[in-house]
Design a protein around this ligand. Sequence first.
Ligand SMILES: [Zn+2]
Length: 388
Amino acid sequence: MDQTLKTWYSSNFESRLRGRYITLDHLQPILESYHDKYDISIIGHSELGNDIHLIKIGKGKKTILAWSQMHGNESTTTKAIFDILRFFSKNDAFKSQISTFLKKYTLYIIPMLNPDGAALYSRENANGVDLNRDAQDLSQKESKVLNTLFKDLSPDLCLNLHDQRSLFGLHTGMPAAISFLSPAADADRNNTPERKIAMQLIVRMNRMLQGLVPGKVGRYDDTYNPDCVGDSFQKAGVPTILFEAGHNGNDYQREQSRELIFFALLTLFGIVDTQEGDVEEYFLIPENRKNYRDVILRDVILNDKSSTCSIAIQFEEKLIGNKIKLSPKLDEMGDLDHLTGHREVLVNSAEILLNSQNNLEIGEIVSIISNKNDDSLIYFNKNSINIS
Ligand SMILES: [Zn+2]
């Protein structure tokens, strides 16, 4: 990775967007500030009548269509898109690479397809519909907006931009800091020519990312689902890539994650140089598994039992006021050898109490974990960690 680029990123990323709660109100003033630089239009409205914007950049014959925040609470890729907008408008050092790209390609970006879900911090839209399961029915206004644009543009490449939860890891024991999928175009998961194009592009991004987060790139399950937008576009003959910004370490704000997406996009656009790889290399990227949890306490004694066990805690994200809080929920108990914690706490066979009680149920919010014998604190959470 070019050091100039890394240095540029750390002082020039879009600092007006931070954290997880990104709504149309956050985007509007930034879009406004770009009105004389980019072609920005409103291409439709959400179920609640909010604007859905389209940003058009470049003059090339080849077209790329990207959309972010189809799931309202998945904002990391939206932040990365605005980092890209800054990069295109401000970077003198890479001027020739940028202009080469923008002569060859026209980039169409919907920065927020689901503004109602974004405001609610929900995956679904205002009617509770998952837009990424609405590709056949097209029952929602947001789905129709994307589908109409897809048909009008008939793009050469589609980018379906998402976030994945912190419970995704790889069989190697590494977390999935970022994952990709070249979706299946049929139930047999044949390697259609379009799938192969998407796979090769993923291989290029993976090669670059191995330098930034070695061993932490994942590949999503490719079971065919025609209700998913990526699968339906791939089936329609347009190479489509699913991006899943993931969790790594303590990055609950997903700021490191956004940087990975930024560099992945620059690689895809040919601005960051990497070697090409073949399709076989795509299948060497380890598949995502649900084998991570936010916190795991190992070697604890619970409920007056004689043997030790482990406890997994998973944070639930809740919108309270205009802040996202993380609520720690008791997720699983047992030996939990199949799981890894983003944070692991070794308790050394102490007898513990959860919230000062015995027999806490799975699903309950855990505020305090203490040592039953000496009352010392093992884990404390004020019922919420503010992450935006
Ligand atoms: Zn998603």
